[in-house]
Design a binder for this molecule. Structure first.
Ligand code: 2IT
Length: 445
């Protein structure tokens, strides 16, 4: 395989799909050497097959707003790779959603899910619909309209959606309700469900908690203590909330959160229950802004239109959206003495920022390893639903710990290069080898 040749072909086939092409290139560059040691992969066209989704559904989502006006959005479900299990991955409702972004997310999800060690293939879906400024009734009608089209293509052993940006427990509840009505089955077809109808304990916290378990492992492996470390977090959604909660519990001090309007710097730390809960209140307000934080906690400072990466911190955790940390941010973080950067959002850093971290041998870990705790907990929810039982907090947390620790170990095994662990390479090789192996065994399908 020659990465540049494959990328040239892919760019010609999918012009303008920049996020998808970015995600594919990152994986191909990491696995090139290993791949070339396996001539059987080349003969079986593994690369050519693995970079294309199994199939993509695109559909119109018409719904009626509160003024009686018909609105039309686009819906998608990308069933990316089903080699190791039913398609699994979230649904994103955000104005930035395009086919390219969902293909990048589905591609990443395939390797992430392989890393969890649970039997899940990769998928992703969503819509350019935004919940911002929408009433509860509008959100419900949109979710119902979305599922009215999607329901025939999903199922507990086929494709199991969950939440992502813009889709939390409320939206999953509405989508599950309509699915159940149409399919006439009460199964684990969605994860991230409410606790009263088949949801798993810890699912809302799992992405952020898992990320911190991973960061803790990275630190321990490199003789670093999290206690007293300052952390910059971006975002203020469910994932950021879980990360702030666990980072605080582990003795670190989180000093920032951010929104589309700018970031908040809280020198004392976002470290009390009141402050952490207030993040959820801000999120639930539906306004998508963090500025009110400084009215509530006047010691904090709001920096309009800026990103938290300009702060002097020990650790940076992007928790918002793809490409939210660029080369300039990476340089600034390093100049300010950052020791560890972990993507909690999917592809939170641009390709140039990742290259910069790796070239400078900074401790850096990619989203598909760091944020895998969310989908891992979804996998546990599927297991509980299939068994018709419900596990305790302790039980789910024990699994989550174990899975994150195993992912870390796989990264070290495949990414160790002298003293330095290249977590990007480690995660990509470990995930790829598992999917490639399953594809080889199943023939040309
Ligand atoms: O990016 C992700 O891993 C998720 N949005 C979670 C997917 C899931 O199926 O729980």
């Amino acid at each position: 395989m020659r990465v540049n040749d494959i990328m040239t072909q892919l760019e010609a086939k999918h012009p303008g799909e920049s996020e998808y092409l970015q995600a594919v290139r990152e994986v191909l560059v990491s696995i090139e050497d290993v791949y070339n040691q396996h001539p059987e992969f080349e003969k079986a066209g593994i690369i050519e097959r693995i970079v294309e989704p199994d199939r993509v559904f695109t559909f119109r989502v018409p719904w009626v707003d509160d003024h009686g006006k018909v609105q039309v959005n686009i819906g998608y479900r990308v069933q990316f790779n089903g080699a190791i299990g039913p398609y699994k991955g979230g649904i994103r409702f955000h104005s930035s959603v395009t086919l390219s972004s969902l293909k990048f997310l589905g591609f990443e999800q395939t390797f992430k899910n392989a890393l969890t060690t649970l039997p899940m293939g990769g998928g992703k879906g969503g819509s350019d619909f935004s919940t911002r400024g929408r009433s509860q009734a509008e959100i419900m009608r949109f979710c119902q309209a979305f599922v009215m089209e999607l329901w025939r293509n999903i199922g507990p052993d086929t494709d199991v959606p969950a939440g992502d940006i813009g889709v939390g427990g409320r939206e999953v509840g509405y989508m599950f309700g309509m699915y159940k009505k149409l399919a006439r089955e009460h199964t684990g077809t969605f994860t991230g469900k409410g606790m009263s109808f088949g949801g798993s304990r810890l699912r809302p916290e799992a992405t952020g908690f898992g990320a911190l378990y991973f960061v803790d492992k990275m630190c321990a492996t490199h003789q670093i203590s999290l206690i007293g470390k300052t952390i910059a977090v971006s975002g203020f959604g469910n994932v950021a909330w879980g990360a702030v909660t666990k980072a605080t519990e582990l003795g670190a001090r989180v000093v920032t959160i951010s929104g589309p309007d700018g970031y908040v710097y809280d020198e004392e730390g976002i470290n009390t229950q009141e402050k952490i809960d207030y993040m959820l209140e801000l999120r639930n307000s539906g306004n998508d802004v963090v500025e009110p934080y400084v009215e509530r906690f006047p010691n904090a400072v709001f920096h309009p239109g800026r990103k938290p990466w300009e702060c002097k911190v020990d650790i940076a955790l992007p928790c918002a959206i793809q490409n939210e940390l660029n080369l300039e941010d990476a340089r600034r973080l390093k100049a300010n003495g950052v020791i560890l950067v972990a993507e909690v959002s999917n592809m939170g850093c641009t390709a140039e920022a990742v290259d910069f971290f790796l070239e400078n041998e900074l401790l850096f870990a990619p989203g598909k390893a760091v944020n895998a705790g969310g989908v891992a907990c979804s996998g546990l929810e599927m297991t509980q639903n299939a068994m018709h039982i419900s596990w305790s907090n302790e039980e789910v947390d024990r699994w989550l710990h174990q899975i994150m620790s195993d992912i870390h170990e796989q990264c070290v095994v495949h990414g160790q290069n002298g003293e330095y662990v290249n977590y990007v390479k480690g995660a990509n090789i470990a995930g790829f080898m598992k999917v490639a192996d399953a594809m080889m065994a199943q023939g040309v399908v």
